[in-house]
Ligand binder design. Structure first.
Ligand code: NAP
Length: 614
């Protein structure tokens, strides 16, 4: 290969040129970046060497000192944002940048104004709230103390779930706030749904293209990323060897080994215990992780949609490159049981229906409209003549549903257990049902297989030290991960005390896993078990009432380093339990509510108050 160079500028040292020509390709690349940096910054250190900032370690052959540092910040609820942040960091690093990766839980917000390039990956939980780890940063950034960010360039990757009304709300707020504070948007924000991979990939390409300095190849993409808290993690490139065979895009067909109804006769609840096989999959999980499943819609709902839309189920259609009968696509590939803002919005625009458009414009009205309605309800209430293809164009691809794993692999090798409450309700005089819970309860039989993949929950896990005490609050199916926790600690012979608070309507019919708990109590694996059967007496008794009754001991255990876990209903229970804990701290410390609020905040920051709530 012949390379032609233009003549060097007059006065350039001949010897220097000869020496440069003798360097290896990698060394020349390094030098090109180094010289570019000097040229663009117009300065070099007195000894002619640019010094690397102390915050990050530059890989050897990377001209990192000459490139602006890139700070990747993530706010993660279950670990997805962290995973994306790490992938992004590895890619940015490949371009020769120094990268600092920080969990917003640990990041010193006051440093923000001195950053040059900030890439944020942030999820949204519940109804538009930031993940717990990012609560403080989010509050600070949106508050009056946030500084001007004139010298900062930024880009935001928002992770969320379209089935929530305030989809990717935290990412949207942060993106807008950076702009208001004077920061320059490097690349447009991306809002990602639960199957985020493709959207994230596109966003990363866009961000990498927009980075301000020409790319220089990094010497070693496998080198460690330096976290702001001093911990280092290996970039995903190095982890590739351990990548599981099965994931969201390629789920494992997991056979159902056992299905048991946990509630007794006469219960108003319908809770299923399912045991699935992971044999041959190579899939492994930790207590606290979730199992995601791909469910199919009930035939009755497919029929209802066909009937209300007056469409032909036998017609062959193409959806996402798949050719099949329309009826089949409706059953397998699209979400019918839940409506999202996007579906209603697109349908309102297409039908040009003023009433529906007005609903979409009014957040409160939309929230009310989405509650309990499915696709058949929308078509019935706002009928329109549309084709099979038009309808498919509006609908959301069927997302997987996640369930907290109720077993420990140590106790049940090659198995994964779930605790699932079947969701059934009447709306406008018609029966409605949750798609995945009734798929597991009604439509899938023992011996048949379910497409599954694992979701690691980075933050809802057992303490690393087996001697640490744990307090678990899990009413209803919220008890699921605590069965996994107790099984695991039992198998490991962990010396820390395990204390469970469980609640459900009735002792007789709804004491989930009663025999197992009593056995654990007898063996001492469970140190204490407190139960709240809400409807067994005139006045309701809930888990938080039991917490209040044990106030002294709870405080003592917290003071002794215990981890506190809550799983179950988010809307009311989780906040009531949190309030109860803050009352306990205020009372038992004798230092009042302000102290208790700070105490709880610190517990969360230390990841000792952990929630898995929906
Ligand atoms: P549930 O509806 O949460 O009821 C369980 C018990 O909690 C009942 O005795 C109920 O009493 C009581 N309760 C009601 N309001 C409460 C409050 N404000 N504070 C404390 N307790 C309260 O049970 P479920 O049907 O089994 O549902 C559990 C929840 O956990 C669901 O929201 C589910 O999505 C979520 N979840 C499930 C999993 C899983 O993987 N299985 C994981 C995480 C979360 P009354 O009904 O008598 O008022």
């Amino acid at each position: 290969m012949t390379t032609t160079f233009s003549p060097p500028p007059a006065g350039l040292d001949e010897k220097l040129l000869q020496q440069l020509a003798q360097q290896s390709t990698l060394q020349q690349m390094w030098l090109s970046g180094f010289l570019y940096g000097i040229a663009s910054n117009g300065q070099a250190a007195p000894n002619g060497v640019l010094e690397a900032p102390s915050v990050a370690v530059a890989p050897q052959a990377t001209p990192a000192a000459t490139l602006p540092q890139v700070t990747v910040l993530y706010g993660s609820q279950t670990g997805n944002s962290k995973k994306v942040a790490q992938q992004l960091s590895a890619k940015v690093k490949e371009r020769g940048f120094q990268v600092v990766v920080a969990d917003l839980n640990d990041y010193q917000a006051k440093n923000l104004k001195s950053e040059k390039i900030v890439l944020l990956v942030i999820s949204t939980q519940g109804e538009g709230e930031p993940p717990v780890a990012a609560e403080e940063f989010h509050k600070w950034l949106l508050g009056t103390r946030a500084p001007q960010l004139d010298g900062v360039q930024f880009a935001v990757c928002a992770l969320g779930d379209r089935s929530y009304l305030q989809f990717c709300q935290t990412g949207k707020e942060i993106d807008a706030r950076f702009e208001v504070l004077g920061a320059k948007r490097l690349a447009d924000r991306v809002d990602c749904d639960v199957d985020y991979e493709e959207a994230v990939e596109g966003w990363m390409v866009n961000v990498l293209e927009k980075l301000p300095v020409p790319a220089v190849l990094a010497a070693d993409t496998r080198s460690a990323i330096v976290h702001s808290n001093g911990q280092s993690s290996v970039a995903p490139a190095a982890k590739a060897a351990g990548t599981p065979l099965y994931d969201r895009k390629k789920p494992f067909a997991s056979p159902i080994l056992e299905k048991i109804q946990l509630n007794g006769r006469g219960s108003q609840k319908e809770t299923w215990h399912l045991e699935l096989s992971l044999e041959g999959s190579g899939l492994v999980y930790e207590p606290g992780d979730s199992l995601a499943i791909y469910a199919t819609n009930p035939e009755s709902l497919v029929k209802e949609v066909l009937y209300t839309a007056m469409l032909n189920g036998n017609k062959t259609v193409t959806y996402n490159g798949k050719e099949a009968e329309f009826r089949h696509i409706l059953q397998q590939d699209v979400e019918l049981s839940v409506l999202t803002r996007e579906v209603v919005d697109q349908y309102a625009n297409w039908t040009n229906n003023a009433k529906l458009k007005a609903i979409v414009q009014d957040n409160a009205a939309l929230k009310n409209f989405l509650w309990g309605r499915n696709v058949a309800d929308l078509l019935r209430e706002f009928p329109a003549a549309l084709s099979e293809a038009t309808l498919l164009g509006f609908l959301r691809k069927m997302p997987p549903r996640s369930y907290s794993i109720a077993s420990s692999l140590l106790a049940h090798p090659d198995e994964v257990h779930l605790t699932v409450a079947a969701v059934r309700y009447d709306f406008n005089g018609r029966p409605h049902q949750g798609v995945a819970s009734t798929f597991l309860a009604d439509r899938i039989k023992t011996g048949e297989s379910v497409p599954v993949f694992l979701e690691h929950n980075e933050y809802f896990n057992l303490p690393a030290d087996d001697a640490t005490d744990i307090i678990m609050v899990g009413p209803g199916t919220g008890v699921a991960p605590f069965r996994a926790f107790v099984e695991e600690r039992s198998e490991r012979g962990a010396s820390g005390k395990n204390w469970l608070f469980f609640g459900n309507p009735h002792f007789e019919t709804d004491f989930l896993y009663q025999i197992e708990w009593l056995n654990y109590l007898k063996r001492g694996t469970l140190d204490r078990l407190d139960v709240a059967f809400s409807r067994d007496q005139k006045d309701k008794i809930y888990v938080q009432n039991r917490l209040a009754e044990r106030s002294r001991l709870i405080y003592e255990r917290l003071e002794n380093g215990a981890h506190f876990y809550v799983c179950g209903d988010k809307t009311r229970m989780a906040s009531d339990v949190q309030y109860a804990v803050s009352q306990i701290v205020a009372k038992e410390s004798g230092k009042g509510e302000e102290y208790a609020a700070e105490y709880l905040k610190n517990l969360k920051k230390q990841r000792r108050y952990l929630e898995d709530v929906y």
